[in-house]
Design a protein around this ligand. Structure first.
Ligand code: TXA
Ligand code: MG
Length: 347
């Protein structure tokens, strides 16, 4: 029989106490709780309970070779997750935790093998969202949580997105409104000789470089030293809407818009993801434009909701211009490239 998902709206402080108490108890009993973080909604379970962690993979239809992130609320919990963290780990954590930075470190023996997909390393972060922190504290254990979407759907940035994908598959949903950053955390691996960013996200590379000067940007789809098996999270096809996504890249505005307009003319039902400034270039055409705002922070915050919204319109194709790879623009570029499954049109 399908489960019922209990939804708690956390609009006012009075509603918090009961909701967090129920959610914390659900985690301790091995259940699943979807909760807001500052990046995207997470699908949480007790990180120290193998059966509970298995429930996450089942609910999401996530392949077992894609490891999860363990979420902690204070520095003491780090020792339950990781061992032998190098000094640089504490330096970046001091600077960026709580916040949208995930560290890959040597795994502690207490962590069940399914959480890390059998790897010797583990991903860990301390989120800054007050609901996430309250939940982890109430549960009293670290919480394993991937994004609370079905595998290969855009990540959820609102409680409605979680319901759309996982209604009845999760015990409790804490509705904390829209997530402020909108793209997932930056993943920094500290298990090799040189720190490597495996996924750009909510902390910019520029910000990280100030603390980690010898940083390498090495997302798995760009790695030249990739092992035979795909690296965790390295599937290019990851955030894939139903319609084909085409990403246009070029320095000259007029040339890029001309190429995009020529492509639009080849299809019947077209969606366009455009910044406020870009939208004018398509205003005279019969296309559905989803606006991504005025800057890279707004684009990050709106991106997944825009992809989900276009996804419901039964489009033939979705076009977007590749953003500048600076600040949060790099994370937006990465998510668009994955959504396009590598379909980059150079103009
Ligand atoms: O912002 C976020 O990070 C959100 C919120 C909920 O915290 N979580 C999130 O989780 O994006 P998920 O599962 O969608 O992405 C986690 C990524 C995966 O691509 C996984 O492959 C990578 O982290 N990962 C986990 N453990 C790893 C490890 N030991 N080595 C390398 N990559 C790892
Ligand atoms: Mg995800």
């Amino acid at each position: 029989m399908p489960k019922l998902t209990s939804v708690y709206r956390l609009d006012d402080i009075e509603s918090w106490e009961e909701a967090i108490a129920v959610a914390g108890l659900t985690i301790r009993r091995g259940g699943l709780v979807a909760f807001p973080t500052e990046t995207v909604y997470g699908l949480g379970a007790n990180a120290l309970d193998e059966a509970a962690v298995a429930g996450i993979f089942r609910a999401k239809s996530r392949p077992p070779n894609d490891p999860l992130i363990a979420h902690i609320a204070d520095f003491q919990q780090l020792s339950q997750i990781a061992e032998d963290a190098p000094p640089i780990a504490f330096e970046v954590a001091q600077r960026f935790w709580p916040g949208p930075l995930t560290l890959v470190l040597k795994k502690s023996k207490r962590i069940p093998a399914n959480l890390t997909a059998g790897l010797g390393s583990v991903a860990v972060r301390m989120p800054s969202h007050e609901v996430a922190l309250a939940l982890i504290r109430e549960a009293g254990v670290p919480i394993a949580a991937p994004s609370a979407n079905l595998f290969s759907r855009p990540s959820p940035t609102s409680a409605q997105h979680v319901i759309d994908d996982l209604d009845g598959l999760v015990d409790v949903l804490l509705d904390g409104g829209e997530t402020p950053i909108g793209v997932e955390s930056t993943i920094l691996s500290l298990i090799d000789d040189r720190p490597r960013v495996l996924r750009p996200g909510g902390i910019s590379l520029e910000g990280l470089r100030a603390v980690v000067p010898d940083l390498r940007f090495a997302p798995s789809y760009l790695r030249d030293d990739a092992p035979a098996a795909p690296a965790p999270g390295g599937l290019l096809r990851h955030y894939s809407p139903n319609a084909r996504v085409l990403l246009f890249e070029g320095a000259d505005d007029a040339q890029v818009y001309t190429a995009m307009r020529a492509e639009i003319a080849r299809h019947e039902r077209v969606g366009v993801l455009a910044s406020d400034a870009e939208a004018a270039a398509f205003a005279d055409l019969n296309v559905i434009v989803e606006r991504l705002g005025a800057n890279s922070e707004e684009a990050a915050q709106r991106l997944f909701a825009a992809l989900r919204s276009l996804d419901q319109r039964e489009l033939d194709v979705i076009l977007a211009r590749a953003p500048r790879k600076a600040g949060l623009g790099l994370a937006v570029w990465d998510r668009l490239l994955r959504a396009s499954v590598g379909c980059l049109v150079k103009v």
